[in-house]
Design a protein around this ligand. Structure first.
Ligand code: AMP
Ligand code: GLY
Length: 403
């Protein structure tokens, strides 16, 4: 089949890389893709995706990022009678609006932090009384993982009130370990992907501001089989049944002492969680995606390698704030036991240069989590660009847990 991947980040390069190896794929296209996906697919600049799919005779389209989903790309493809993996615009609001998402969870009885919505700084101050510190403030709309403030004290919360846009969600702070639980859904049922963990803060030891994700790893031991079935039954399937959800449903979970609680729903795969997940996937990805697009998913559609995988993100100086771009990247062709997924890169006459906050995701499998971390950092050490920053402790939390 002919497959189109929409998006141009690290997640989409990883999706395309895995699709390029699927026996059922005869042609692979990306829009817009990036210099990394260009090595496995043909890249197109058109952003009229339906017209592009029609002109290329695409059989199946997969959407990476949230923005086209929120803008209704799935609705447009379905109206044109074309298969696509992703949720409708209405269901994409689960990610596009925190308020919608929190109210929806409340209605369905899905476990999530107690919350209030506030429309102004004055309303927020009045609501402080009902919460303890630390407390969490979240802007309502899409914010690329950066619209969340965890205020340790009332003074910090007061400070944040002047910087955030309204309305916002105020919610209780939850303690525990975070897990990214992603399921592929077909409108009636859902199949869970392997669990993964993301590292959201910019600096080692989870310090500094939140980012889109500085690295991720996946291994089977992150959740017990009982926890996985509980999450599927209590969190994922209620959403699928209530909304006929299609595409990827990503529950960002806090594993609290009283069980898993949803921090957020995303309506797409995670970036960078997709990078280690695609390394672990061990089946024809296009066939599994087509089964979901046709509404015919079965529990046996996804198979995984038992080996863990780790992805280390290399970011530009200044990220997640104001970044420097156009720095020449060296070492991209160095040999190591893994893959370098491109995110913010651009091909120029001089070579491949940086063109975004998160530049590359160096990803590797290993027989153990420790080996996958070792293999990924062996790749990292060969790559260089001016101002390159990365965390040195990706996966270390997982190692501690396994001890
Ligand atoms: P979100 O965009 O809602 O996933 O929030 C981004 C990050 O902020 C999460 O990955 C958590 O690390 C943290 N966070 C969000 N909500 C809470 C909460 N209620 N309690 C503790 N940490 C939170
Ligand atoms: N890595 C977090 C996200 O994709 O939302």
């Amino acid at each position: 089949m002919k497959v189109l991947v929409i998006g141009g980040g690290g997640r989409e390069h990883a999706l395309a890389w895995r699709l390029a190896q699927a026996p059922s794929v005869s042609e692979l296209h990306c829009a817009p893709g990036n210099p990394g996906s260009a090595s496995v697919a043909k890249c197109h600049l058109s952003s009229d995706y339906v017209v592009l799919a029609e002109s290329l005779g695409i059989d199946l389209t997969v959407v990476g990022p949230e923005a086209p989903l929120v803008a209704g790309v799935v609705d447009k493809f379905r109206a044109a009678g074309r298969y696509i993996v992703g949720p409708t615009a209405q269901n994409a609001a689960l990610e596009g609006s925190k308020i919608y998402s929190k109210r929806f969870m409340e209605k369905l009885g899905i476990p999530t932090a107690r919350f209030e919505t506030v429309g102004s700084p004055d309303e927020a101050r009045a609501a402080f009384a009902g919460f303890r510190f630390p407390l969490v403030l979240k802007t309502d709309g899409l914010a690329a993982g950066k619209g969340v403030v965890i205020a340790q004290t009332q003074a910090e919360a007061e400070d944040a009130l002047t910087q955030l846009t309204y309305p916002l969600v105020m919610e209780e702070f939850l303690e525990g370990e975070e897990v990214s639980f992603i399921a592929l859904c077909d409108g009636k049922t859902a199949v869970a992907l392997e669990p993964s963990q993301d590292h959201k803060r910019i600096f080692d030891n989870d310090e500094g501001p939140n980012t889109g994700g500085m690295g991720a790893y996946s291994h089977s031991g992150l959740l017990t089989p009982e926890q996985r079935s509980h999450i599927l039954e209590a969190i994922i399937l209620p959403v699928v049944h209530a909304t006929s959800f299609t595409g990827f449903l990503y529950a960002g979970l806090m594993m609290t002492a009283s069980g898993p609680s949803v921090l957020e729903f995303n309506v797409r795969m995670g970036d960078p969680e997709t990078q280690p997940l695609m390394m672990r996937l061990d089946c024809d990805w296009a066939e599994a995606l087509m089964a979901s697009a046709r509404g015919a998913l079965t529990g046996s559609d996804l198979r995984w390698k038992p080996q863990p995988a780790t992805c280390v993100v290399l970011a530009s100086a200044g990220y997640p704030g104001v970044i420097e771009s156009h720095k020449l990247i060296t070492g991209l062709d160095a040999k190591f036991k893994g893959e370098v997924f491109h995110a913010g890169t651009r091909q120029t006459h001089d070579g491949i240069v940086t063109a975004g906050g998160r530049v590359l995701g160096v990803t590797a499998l290993g027989d153990t989590l420790q080996a996958s971390i070792h293999n990924a950092y062996a790749g990292v050490r060969q790559i260089q660009f001016d101002g390159m920053q990365y965390r040195k402790d990706i996966g270390v939390r997982g190692l501690r847990r396994l001890q």
